[in-house]
Write a protein that binds this ligand. Structure first.
Ligand code: XBP
Ligand code: MG
Length: 229
């Protein structure tokens, strides 16, 4: 079926954002006087739980003590604000091939959507840092964070994006960097291109239509041309 839309994940797919997220979590823990500090190795495990609040609750369950749900919600609000500050300082760029893909998609008349676990202010923070525009000026449809009941690997966020695009899944192509994201997109009936990221490179991406190191890879260009034909 001819391609009419692209649906992109944000964290790890548009840009390598997870170190900025990790820093924002750790800064908000320190600021609140909480004795939590997530190392790269901790965070590699914790990322298997999608969503910042859910991730903090998973850590609380693992260590057996910690903030209440209401305190987690407050910590997460502070973490979101801190993440925005960190991105505004610069240093996070689009992954190779992403800017070109967005330009090509626009030139070919495709519509563009976001399907992400992170919350909307973070999508705007990244769009401002990378395109100097709010996300709604770069993407036609944005499905994000708590706008769905169940986060990835559940299909909800991709289904919400498809609903916004008003097309069936066989007319869209998803871009992901994680196993949870791949499963989410597949469960929504989408074809999926995976570009593994720093934190997900050792994950199992069985079921993907294409796995490439990044979107400048020649095999992506060839396959994308077929999908567009
Ligand atoms: C990314 C995430 C997010 C961010 C934090 O998953 O799991 O939780 O790490 O975002 P994906 P919030 O790339 O699969 O969407 O703190 O805003 O929840
Ligand atoms: Mg991701």
């Amino acid at each position: 079926m001819t391609l009419r839309a692209l649906i992109l994940d944000v964290d790890g797919t548009l840009a390598e954002t997870e170190e900025a997220h990790r820093r924002a979590f750790n800064d908000s823990f320190a600021e609140a006087g909480l004795d939590w500090h997530w190392t790269v190795s901790d965070y590699t495990q914790l990322l298997k739980t999608t969503g910042g609040k859910e991730r903090m609750a998973a850590h609380r369950a693992a260590v057996g003590h910690g903030p209440s749900d209401a305190e987690i919600a407050a910590l997460h609000r502070r973490k979101t604000a801190r993440y925005g500050e960190i991105l505004a300082q610069g240093g996070v760029a689009l992954r190779p091939g992403v800017a070109d893909l967005i330009r090509t998609a626009r030139a070919r008349g495709l519509t563009l959507a976001i399907a992400t676990t992170t919350n909307r202010p973070n999508v705007d923070a990244l769009a401002m840092a990378c395109w100097n525009q709010p996300a709604a000026q770069v993407f036609d449809v944005i499905a994000a964070g708590d706008e769905v009941a169940a986060k990835k690997p559940a299909p909800d966020v991709f289904l919400l994006a498809l609903q916004g695009l008003a097309i069936p899944p066989d007319q869209a192509l998803a871009f992901e960097d994680s196993r949870n994201g791949l499963h989410s997109a597949r469960a929504a009936g989408l074809r999926v291109v995976v570009t593994p990221s720093l934190y997900t490179q050792s994950e199992d991406f069985s079921g993907a239509d294409l796995i490439v190191p990044d979107l400048t890879d020649a095999s992506f260009a060839a396959r994308f041309a077929q999908w567009l034909a």
